[in-house]
Ligand binder design. Sequence first.
Ligand code: ATP
Ligand code: MG
Length: 404
Amino acid sequence: MTHISQLTLSNFRNFVHLDLQLKSGVCVFFGGNAQGKTTILEAMYLLAIARSFRAENERELVNFKAAAVGEQALVSGAIEKKDERFSVYVGYQPQLKHRESNNGKSTVNGSLAETASFVDNSNVSVRKQIRVRRKPCTGTELVGLVGAVLFSADDIELVYGSPAIRRRYLDILLSQSDSNYIKMLQRYRRVVQQRNQVLKALKERRANLDELDFWDDQLIKEGSGVIWRRNDAMGRLAIFATEHYKNLSDLNQILAITYLPSIPCGSDIGDTEYIFKNRLHEVKARELAQCSTAIGPHRDDVALTVDQRDMGVFASRGEARSVALSLRLSEASYLSSAKGEEPIILLDDVLSEMDMQRRIRVLQKITAYEQAIITTTDQDVVELHLGSGPDYFHVLDGSVNNVT
Ligand code: ATP
Ligand code: MG
């Protein structure tokens, strides 16, 4: 059982200050475009996955005016679990860089915002600080403490988008449910980076082949671990996905999700390592020419088919949305079963694009969770189905009013 009972924002995007008390159950944030609805979900999800789901660079999160004068942005939440309550805090302290102004004089930024033709916080870098129960910790340590699943309109890219989007889906799911996974994944990513540098050095004759052997061993060890865990998770996820898809429509079609590892999974982890080693040997010449690691979990994908039709190629928009919804519902089912704890459900403006039947079924599913936060531009859409049950909040220009 997990829910957020309090959310405080300072200088977070268009919220200069916000202090929200939240109950378990359903909370609805409604309002026009560009008022701050997604920002509220972004803040909540930040407490779960330790970073923004949409900012390319986290300096974008600091309110423009606050960034210009060096004030920090802050998201903090009180998390309620079965028998404990704890605080999570994520702060971004902007560090102003000095830059040349148009007339060649160096200026302290702040004035730059007025002379620039647009504002993007690019004159700022941020120092991020995370605290759990008031104690400093790393993002890796935070992930998994507060389970959450975010549904967004962009989820359709899980179907149509590049393999990287599907890998990210798997990585977030596994990182939240298995603290060893996130550490292993980070080690793997570092190994790929270092190995690519050695490949480059070899091409430029600055290194010898023995150095590569060490990185090959690391790559095989960490990579096989990642593949093996992904493979294991996919088995369980696939069952949830087929079930959720069937439940969303009455068509009785079969959604199959299949892991496509870049190296075949062996019968056990030792076998995977053996296959990895052989494959690596086969691609070595190509890797040396391209200075990049050619195989491994950073090249994995997930196949999505409905009655054996490849959804990436043949899905209609509606089908793609249903597949994406099924993947998110499966993520929630998976986290519940793997952690024995329900994730917080965050729905960013996805109800209005569903037909009536899907809307009813999705709402049925998500309202069974301990806490579901819904944003919408159209309050009526939610009210039609949930009546006066939820708490309703009106979001207007970076402020929030409880109108329940
Ligand atoms: P929509 O219905 O269009 O999805 P929304 O209510 O979800 O809108 P948000 O995405 O939360 O809106 O954005 C709210 C506003 O905050 C936007 O106008 C955005 O440009 C603005 N904004 C984003 N980053 C910052 C920042 N760092 N400082 C100030 N304002 C910002
Ligand atoms: Mg939005």
